[in-house]
Design a protein around this ligand. Structure first.
Ligand SMILES: Nc1ncnc2c1ncn2[C@@H]1O[C@H](COP(=O)(O)OP(=O)(O)OP(=O)(O)O)[C@@H](O)[C@H]1O
Length: 312
């Protein structure tokens, strides 16, 4: 068994033309390796191809070309084992309203061929906080509870890999925190987690490694700290003791005053050091009361890597 939970090579997907719509190449040859045991973020702007990629992993969309191995099982060679290795919590809330929460988990376990004796229905109900609602019909559950049930359904066959597609879109803080607690716990128990989210702060906090796709192509894959270190731009902010009569001018540094009296120095790490800026500030006769730096965050990196080229 390799050390990768997922190995994708040359993955392509073209949706056929229909009803006046031309054919659409949603994935243009993606190579991606997702390490075992990671919490991995799959990010990209709307229409980048994330859902297509996840649906191919889940066996819901048929790829046009390339290979996909899940937990070492090639989808084309061992479709059953590769499908059994992965669980997907989808975005949409559609579920059969006439099953109870317990019933929905049982049906799902049946679909995956989990023998009754091996089902962990009570354990899953406890994990998703629905023990009290085990016998309530799904249609009587709140939106948040239904979402938790979707997580439970993704877990019935104890998959090695769990995919969460936009798990926190439009959910309240309590449910969000509950989801992340569960995800961390499952990961600590050894499960590999793949998540897509529009909340970049969440990806920055949760994911050790991140891939960004844009227009069907992989733009970057790296550890989160490496990605954050990629941007050359940095900002040094000083709080002066008293407002200076004029802002100091420093070559290659953009100096701006901020509301409240702070002065911001936007510089490139490759060209200027913070020491040189502080020296210039002192030489300008400015007394420093406080100083801090501002790092790029994932949003800055994401925008820099996915911004479409300016029209010619
Ligand atoms: N069934 C389909 N038939 C035709 N085109 C499709 C189909 N599903 C998706 N597409 C197109 O493929 C491209 C990628 O879509 P996909 O849903 O994978 O993107 P995404 O990154 O998940 O976007 P979002 O964040 O908006 O969900 C888009 O241009 C979309 O319009």
């Amino acid at each position: 068994m390799s050390q990768n939970a997922i190995e994708i090579e040359g993955l392509q997907k073209t949706y056929a033309a229909r009803k006046g719509q031309p054919a659409k190449q949603a994935l243009k040859g993606i190579d991606l390796k997702i390490p075992q045991g990671s919490i991995f973020g799959l990010l990209g702007p709307n229409g980048a191809g994330k859902s297509t990629l996840i649906n191919i992993l889940a066996g819901l969309v048929r790829k046009s070309a390339g290979t996909v191995r899940i937990w070492g099982f090639d989808q084309d060679v061992n479709p059953r084992q590769s499908r059994a290795s992965i669980g997907v919590m989808p975005q949409e809330l559609n579920m059969d309203p006439f099953f109870s929460a317990r019933g929905a988990l049982d049906v799902q376990a049946g679909l995956y061929g989990v023998p009754r004796a091996q089902r962990r229905t009570d354990e899953i109900l406890d994990l998703i906080g629905l023990t009290d609602k085990a016998d309530a019909y799904a249609r009587t559950l709140s939106g948040g509870m239904r979402r938790r049930l979707l997580l439970g359904k993704a877990l019935v066959h104890a998959p090695h890999v769990l995919v969460l597609d936009e798990p926190t879109a439009g959910v309240d803080i309590e449910l969000r925190q509950m989801l992340w607690r569960n995800v961390r716990r499952l990961n600590e128990e050894g499960m590999t987690i793949i998540l897509t989210t529009h909340y970049l702060e969440e990806a920055q906090d949760m994911c050790g490694e991140i891939a960004i796709i844009n227009q069907g192509e992989l733009v970057v894959q790296d550890t989160t700290p490496n990605l954050l270190g990629r941007l050359d731009a940095k900002t040094l902010v000083i709080e002066p003791e008293t407002a200076p009569p004029a802002l100091p001018a420093i070559d290659g540094v953009e100096v701006t005053s901020r509301p409240g009296g702070a002065i911001a120095f936007d510089y490139r790490r490759s060209l200027t050091s913070p020491g040189a800026i502080l020296e210039a500030v002192r030489n300008a006769g400015i007394q420093i009361r406080d100083v801090r730096t501002e790092e790029a965050d994932l949003e800055d990196v994401f925008l820099a890597l996915t911004r479409s080229p300016a029209p010619a």
